[in-house]
Design a protein around this ligand. Structure first.
Ligand code: GCU
Length: 614
């Protein structure tokens, strides 16, 4: 090889390493803690978009990813190229393309996209001047469903998998004062190995479904904190605070809770972490009647953040469920994340307020957010309204249990959920899964998730909708039949006697024999009813049938001694591709107590009266 060729090959190697480390340097980092209260610049609004079912903007005609090229072709959509002159060939143009609202799913913004499952490219241009020269800037996504490949000014800054949890990428070194362009490739194709997998009973809404914003921080910033009551001592506030940046620059930080006259100076260790345990006998516990939230401030060098945090304990004692040491019954309802105001995925504080207000009208003190993490407004409002919350990882039905990448995906999404909501008093239960068929691989998968969850957060309870069967072969006695029952803190299961399982009269002869000494939640029961369809209580799809099933089911479950909660399926009718019965379903699962137009069905009042009497 000649000297010239040697130099060229060395240069090429250096360039490849540079590209690699640039990508690694900008790889995904867990979203900043409490982005909710961080000053930010919103990127919400109309984004230019290109629907790309063949992913022509990602692969060349040989199906090689443009992003793997040393100098990506201008044909790659993430280059946001424009024809230089009349002779130049560029076969796309974001600025002349259709726009879609962000946040929002694409399915309900354009009839052509109603059933679309595939790739849509989003582009947003903006100018940006940093407030301080040494500050850092992150682009923060509350959620994108499902795969997000993110590019900034033509450079790949990261990839995120999972449709319901926040993530961010640092753009400090790529940012310029004007003409920045942020490009996101969103792909919501369902996959066997994904979380959730191919089959779900909800609509696969694709898009940048929650808010996008720019967050500017000092060079060293408060990236994470966990501040809750010590589970073993309700007079002790325990936790840790994590810094990111030049960790030698900030030796101490301050934790201030003015109402408790707490002002602690904390020492930062060599990893940028300060741990603490602060005693106080003045804590007013967060409760259903008094959802007390304390203003908590953290000051670290040039950074500070404030949060509103409630302090409470949630425990089990045998079959009892104790909030702040007192027995409670979870008067709940299950909820999907669909807007009760507009159409499609919910994402706004108005959506959240409407759903939680309907739950309170029902007499609920608890909601089961099915089957995936909902937007942060739901848990922030639940904190303020005194509503307890079950949050769930989308490990739903027939997951690819033996696939290590599937487990890593499930673990990452659960980690991101816990990371986001671990300081929310309203959240008391992390649900590992829903209605998953038993196998050794599934039991290992779920047990590992439970272990990981308890390591991340020892202050909350673990559950999952478990499997059940006839007790000792007796068709009139039911029991839980699930190895995961040994692991969870709360036994939950979905039962549909009278809808999928026999007629409503079966409720009269079924009893339940739960052999584990743990609290029981009936996480689902219900029946479909088309609002306004009236008739006999034995005629499916009438409001009377649904109401009769509620009346008979509530009598049946009241016989379960360990029953500590119920979250009937479901608050509002919701879209599902599985529900195609003409004039009755028409793409809607009709088990809501309220129609998608906000109309209350007969059974709403039956459940409300039941809770009133609890
Ligand atoms: C199942 C499942 C729900 C589903 C419901 C139904 O229990 O958990 O996601 O929508 O039944 O069939 O309506």
């Amino acid at each position: 090889m000649t000297a010239r060729n040697q130099t060229t090959s060395h240069l090429l190697i250096i360039l490849l390493l540079l590209v690699h480390f640039t990508q690694v340097a900008f790889s995904q980092t867990t979203a900043i803690q409490n982005s909710y209260n961080r000053p930010s610049t919103s990127l919400n609004g109309k984004w230019q978009t290109i629907v790309d079912p063949y992913e022509n903007g990602f692969y060349n005609y040989r199906y090689e990813p443009f992003e793997n090229q040393t100098n990506p072709s201008r044909s790659a959509f993430f280059m946001n190229a424009k024809a230089k002159d009349e002779a130049d060939l560029i076969e796309y143009n974001f600025d002349e393309s259709q726009t879609l609202d962000v946040p929002g799913d694409w399915n309900t913004q354009d009839d052509k996209l109603y059933y679309y499952e595939g790739t849509v490219w989003y582009k947003r241009s903006f100018d940006y001047s940093k407030q301080e020269e040494n500050n850092r800037v992150f682009v923060h996504f509350e959620a994108v469903n499902y795969d997000a490949d993110v590019y900034f000014n033509g450079t790949k800054i990261g990839k995120h998998i999972g449709g319901f949890t926040p993530f961010h990428f640092e753009i400090t070194d790529l940012l310029r004062e004007t003409d920045n362009f942020l490009v996101v490739k969103v792909d919501n194709k369902r996959k066997k190995e994904a979380i959730p997998t191919l089959n779900t009973d909800w609509w696969n809404y694709g898009g940048i479904t929650r808010s996008v914003k720019l967050i500017e921080t000092p060079a060293t910033y408060i990236s994470d904190y966990f501040i809750q009551l010590d589970p073993s001592d309700d007079k002790s506030i325990k936790g840790s605070i994590v810094l990111n940046g030049n960790l030698r620059a900030t030796q101490t930080m301050r934790l201030i809770i003015p109402e408790l006259k707490i002002e602690e100076t904390l020492k930062v260790n060599e990893n940028g972490v300060a741990s603490f345990e602060i005693k106080s006998d003045k804590i007013q516990y967060w409760s259903l009647e008094h959802p007390k939230l304390y203003t908590v401030s953290i000051l670290a060098g040039d950074d500070q953040i404030t949060d509103q945090i409630g302090f409470r304990t949630i425990k089990t004692d045998g079959a009892d469920l104790l909030l702040n040491g007192k027995s409670i019954f979870l008067k709940g309802i299950s909820i999907h994340e669909e807007s009760p105001i507009n159409d499609g995925r919910g994402h706004s504080v108005e959506d959240a307020r409407q759903l939680l207000t309907w739950a309170q009208d029902l007499g609920c003190n608890y909601v089961r957010l099915a089957h995936y993490p909902h937007n942060a407004h739901m848990v922030r409002l639940a904190d303020q309204m005194g509503i307890l919350v079950w949050e769930e990882n989308p490990v739903y039905w027939t997951i690819d249990w033996k696939n290590p990448a599937t487990y890593a995906n499930a673990k990452n999404q659960l980690t991101e959920l816990i990371h986001r909501d671990k300081n929310r008093a309203s959240v008391i239960i992390w649900s590992m899964a829903n209605e998953t068929p038993q196998s050794d691989a599934r039991n290992t998968f779920l047990s590992n998730l439970a272990t990981h969850t308890r390591n991340l957060d020892p202050t909350r309870l673990i559950s999952a909708a478990l499997e059940q069967k006839d007790y000792q072969g007796n068709p009139n006695v039911r029991t839980i039949d699930d190895a995961f029952a040994e692991i969870v803190d709360i036994l939950s299961f979905n039962q549909y006697i009278g809808w999928y399982d026999g007629g409503i009269e079966k409720c009269n002869r079924i009893t339940w024999n739960i052999t584990h000494d743990k609290p029981v939640i009936i996480s689902e029961f219900g029946a479909g009813a088309k609002y306004g369809l009236r008739g006999s209580k034995t005629a499916r799809w009438t409001e009377e049938y649904q109401d009769h099933l509620y009346q008979e089911t509530l009598k049946m479950i009241d016989k379960i001694d360990q029953l500590r909660g119920v979250s009937p399926w479901i608050l509002v009718d919701f879209r599902s591709p599985r529900r195609v019965l003409p004039q009755i379903q028409d793409d809607w699962n009709r088990k809501g107590l309220i129609s998608e137009k906000g109309e209350r069905k007969l059974a709403f009042e039956t459940l409300r009266k039941y809770y009133e009497g609890k």
